[in-house]
Every structure is written in structure tokens, then in C-alpha cells.
Design a protein around this ligand. Structure first.
Ligand code: NAD
Length: 473
């Protein structure tokens, strides 16, 4: 049985990973302690009216690091949320932002509820009250702390947060930048919803592109022949599976909390999603072998495993049964440090959460920039680029006397849309960051894993920020 997210050792695990990496950096002990510490932990309770009475809700907002402002991180809606978990997730956000060069400190929020047990009206009350509590303590704002979706929350909750903040801050020009992951109608950005999963798929694609690394673990380069199992069919899991399929991989297994399904010939993710929506379960999907114990699904034959549900899913208890050669951490903290040590000895590669799922915060950064600039990406230059390209083609045609076929003409002329710009920025970020981490791994003798290399890179960047702030000599 895997640990549950209630086990209160997640922050310790993140700190252990930090300490493993810190020895390769050479920064002074005091500076390392400052980088590692959670700067502000705000724990609060508030009442909501339910039925004929009231219920008291537990909630948190943790700002891990103020080396950059604002701080940034999602809000988790889950019965399993606890202070240790929110601190761990906030810390991971700091390191994540540094890895993908997003200029934010890390933060995270938590509301201890099971969303499906509440009506839409109650969820709205909870979200608006949570936001009000953050406003009262100066824990939210476009230049202070900017929440986003996480497990159990999405666009709807983000729009309630934005509306509450704007109501309480009339006339604040940049108010919409107080939260990201908003719907497009409320000045969200195209591509944000799918960004984390898309980023996971880019991360995996980049990892399997490196022939020498694949040879070491007995795989060929490329996604074409790769069999993938995904845990969690929520935002991150669904989109990871969808884009991996688009990039040529085959999804052979899917695991949800009610059970898991497996088909060596491949599963159509959209069909499974539709089946679950209709029946309430992924079990019973035609043609698939099924496992009532969802954890068994992780142990089926595959090349790549993408845990995209919760932390502490892969531990010393099940790591030896995992058949995958690559674990790509879509979720935050799905593998414990002890399990990672064993997997590394088994010759496997873990693509660490702090890089692997950084697509969400990368595109959240683009959304924040859009909100601060009050103009959608591409709006100013799209038509100009199309006219320039058309002029170029027309000139070439008249000089050569040859005409370019219309489908090619359209492709060359077309200016970039907001979605294309967002995806291009995301793809570039994920490719660049992967190789930055891999370079660190190769260049510092003694580093064994991509995670340690990722931590080393981000600790170095945060240390430089502190030095630039003049806080450290
Ligand atoms: P989500 O709520 O959209 O989806 C989570 C899914 O996991 C749900 O379908 C749920 O039923 C399933 N699940 C829960 N327990 C399970 C179990 N034991 N076995 C199998 N499936 C289980 O949440 P999400 O936004 O996709 O987040 C998932 C993970 O990704 C979290 O760790 C989160 O912190 C991380 N993450 C999310 C984002 C984002 O942009 N949403 C960004 C970075 C990291």
C-alpha cells in the first residue's frame, strides 16, 4: 500500500532533496538555510453556512521564498491537505520557478475540503471567503502573491478569486493579475488549461530524444515505440496522455482512484474519459484488463510511467514492482526519496516534478504578463507580420515568375496567434531547461539524478538573486 498524502513527511522529503543537492553548490550554510526555509506560513479557519448550521473550514497559504516578487503557486482543494503538504508544495514552487526562469518566489495554498461534497454555491462561498482572508492579511495581489489552480481547483475557482479581489480593490489597474488559470472570458490565456500536461509531454519527448541516455537504460530514442501508463485522469494526467499520444507514444494503462485499466494495444484517452464521465468509473472500459486496486495499474508493463495524481504514490513498498524505465513526475512529489534511490540503482530515470510539471507555472507567467500589459499576445503584430510575409511572397513571385501553391502561401503568410505563441514559449522553455539540467548532471561529478541536478541549478539561481538583492555578500 502506498503512503497517503496525509503522511506528514513531504516537506522533509523536499528538504532532503535540497540538502543532497546543496553539497554540490558551495554556498555558505546560512544562505542555504535561508533559501530552504518557508518564509511565511498563514494558517486560518473560517466559517461557512451549511444547511441550518455552520461549518468551520481549515485553510492555508504558504509563501516559501520572497527572493522574487510576487510569489506564485496553486491552491489545492482536498480533504488530505495539511500544513506540511502546503509547505512542501510551496518550496517546490520556488525551485520550479527558478528552473524554468520564471521570476517568482514559490507559494502554495490549501483548503481542506472534498469539493464533490459541496454544492457549487457552497464552493463559491468557500473560495470567496478564502480570498477575502488572504486580502485581509496581504497574502494576495498581482505584485504580492498570485494563486493558480491545483488539485481539485480550476478555471471556475480562479474566476471567483479574481472577482472577489477586484471587488475589494476597485480601480486597481492590474487587479486581474492577482490570479492565473482564469477562463479566457476573464482575461485568462489560451493554452493555460492544458499547459502542465503539454509541458509533461515536452519533457518526456526531450528526455527520450537523447540517444546515449536511452541506450544506457535499454530503450531506443524517440517516442514512437514507447508504451506509457498514466496515473490520474485529471487536468495534468489527461493532457499529458493526450499530448503524448499526439507525439507518437501509446497509452497502455490509466489509473484512477477507483481502479486501473490496461491494454497492451493502446487505450484511446478521450474514449476512456467519455466512458468515465458516463459511468462514473474507468472500470468496465471495453477491451481493457482491469484492476480494482488502482496501485496495481502502476506495476503493469510499460516504458514510461507518469504519476499525475498526488504525492507519495511510489515508495519503497512498490518501486521494485515498477516495470517502467522512466518515471515522469506529472504530480508534485509522487516518488519518495528512498524509492528514487532504489529506482536509480535499478538503472531508471526520474524526470523530476520541479521541472516536469513546470509548464503550468510557465504559462501562468505568460498570463500574468498579459494581464499586466492589458493586451493579448500577438494582437499588435499578427496582421503586420501577415502583410510583411505577403509582400515578401509577392515580390519573390514577381521576381522569379513562379507562383507558390496556395496552401504553402497560407502557411508562410500566417501570423502567430496567442495560442501558438504560448505553446512556442512553453516548448522552448521545456527544451532549454531539460538540457540545462542534463548539463549540470554531466558537469558535476557525484550528481546521480536529474532531480539533484535540477536542485543544484535552482539553488545557484536563487543564491544569485539573494546576492543581487544585497542580502548576502
Ligand atoms: P486534478 O484534480 O485535475 O486531477 C487529479 C486526478 O487524480 C483526479 O482525476 C483524481 O480522481 C485522480 N486521483 C486522485 N487520487 C488518485 C489515486 N490514488 N490514484 C489514481 N488517481 C487518483 O488535479 P491536477 O491539477 O491534475 O493535479 C494533479 C497533480 O499535478 C498534483 O500533484 C498537482 O499538485 C500537480 N500539478 C498540477 C498543476 C496544474 O496546473 N493543475 C501544475 C503543476 C503540478
Amino acid at each position: 500500500m502506498a503512503n497517503t498524502a496525509n503522511d506528514t513527511n513531504f516537506f522533509t522529503d523536499v528538504c532532503k532533496n535540497f540538502d543532497d543537492a546543496a553539497q554540490f553548490t558551495g554556498h555558505p550554510e546560512g544562505l542555504l538555510s535561508q533559501i530552504k526555509a518557508c518564509n511565511s506560513v498563514y494558517r486560518f479557519q473560517f466559517p461557512i453556512r451549511r444547511g441550518n448550521g455552520f461549518e468551520v473550514i481549515d485553510a492555508w497559504r504558504v509563501e516559501h521564498s520572497h527572493h522574487m516578487s510576487p510569489t506564485k503557486g496553486g491552491i489545492r482543494y482536498s480533504e488530505m491537505v495539511n500544513e506540511d503538504e502546503v509547505m512542501a508544495l510551496a518550496a517546490l514552487m520556488t525551485y520550479k520557478c527558478a528552473i524554468v526562469n520564471v521570476p517568482f518566489g514559490g507559494a502554495k495554498g490549501g483548503i481542506k475540503i472534498t469539493p464533490k461534497n459541496y454544492t457549487t454555491g457552497e464552493l463559491e462561498n468557500i473560495t470567496r471567503r478564502y480570498t477575502t482572508e488572504l486580502i485581509k492579511k496581504n497574502f494576495i495581489g498581482p505584485g504580492i502573491d498570485v494563486p493558480a489552480p491545483d488539485y481539485g481547483s480550476g478555471e471556475r475557482e480562479m474566476s471567483w478569486i479574481a472577482d472577489t479581489y477586484m471587488t475589494m480593490n476597485p480601480g486597481q489597474l492590474d487587479a486581474l493579475g492577482c490570479v492565473t488559470g482564469k477562463p479566457i472570458a476573464l482575461h485568462g490565456i489560451r493554452g493555460r488549461k492544458e499547459a502542465t500536461g503539454r509541458g509533461v509531454a515536452y519533457a518526456i519527448r526531450e528526455c527520450v530524444r537523447v540517444t546515449e541516455d536511452m541506450q544506457k537504460i535499454g530503450l531506443t530514442a524517440g517516442l514512437g515505440d514507447k508504451r506509457v501508463i498514466v496515473q490520474g485522469l485529471g487536468n495534468v494526467g489527461y493532457h499529458s496522455a493526450k499530448f503524448l499520444t499526439e507525439f507518437g507514444a501509446t497509452i497502455v494503462g490509466l489509473c484512477e482512484y477507483e481502479g486501473a485499466i490496461y491494454n497492451a494495444n493502446g487505450l484511446n484517452v478521450d474514449e476512456v474519459f467519455a466512458h468515465r464521465k458516463l459511468t462514473g468509473s474507468i472500470l468496465g472500459f471495453p477491451g481493457a484488463t482491469e484492476f480494482k486496486n488502482s496501485m496495481e495499474g502502476l506495476e503493469q508493463p510499460c516504458d514510461i510511467l507518469v504519476p499525475a495524481a498526488l504525492e507519495n504514490q511510489i515508495t519503497v513498498e512498490n518501486i521494485k514492482n515498477i516495470k517502467a524505465k522512466i518515471i515522469a513526475e506529472g504530480a508534485n512529489g509522487p516518488c519518495t526519496p528512498e524509492a528514487e534511490d532504489i529506482f536509480t540503482q535499478m538503472g531508471g530515470i526520474i524526470i523530476p516534478d520541479m521541472y516536469c510539471n513546470a509548464g503550468g507555472v510557465t504559462v501562468s507567467y505568460f498570463e500574468w504578463l498579459k494581464n499586466l500589459s492589458h493586451v493579448a499576445f500577438g494582437r499588435m503584430e499578427k496582421r503586420y507580420a501577415e502583410n510583411s510575409n505577403a509582400n515578401l511572397i509577392n515580390t519573390l513571385e514577381s521576381l522569379t515568375g513562379q507562383s507558390i501553391p496556395s496552401e504553402h502561401r497560407l502557411m508562410i503568410i500566417k501570423g502567430a496567434s496567442e495560442l501558438e505563441l504560448v505553446n512556442s514559449g512553453l516548448e522552448d522553455t521545456m527544451i532549454h531547461s531539460y538540457h540545462e539540467i542534463r548539463e549540470t548532471l554531466l558537469s558535476k561529478p557525484g550528481i546521480q539524478t536529474l532531480r539533484t541536478a535540477a536542485f543544484v541549478g535552482s539553488i545557484d539561481k536563487i543564491a544569485v538573486s539573494y546576492m543581487n538583492l544585497g542580502i548576502w555578500p
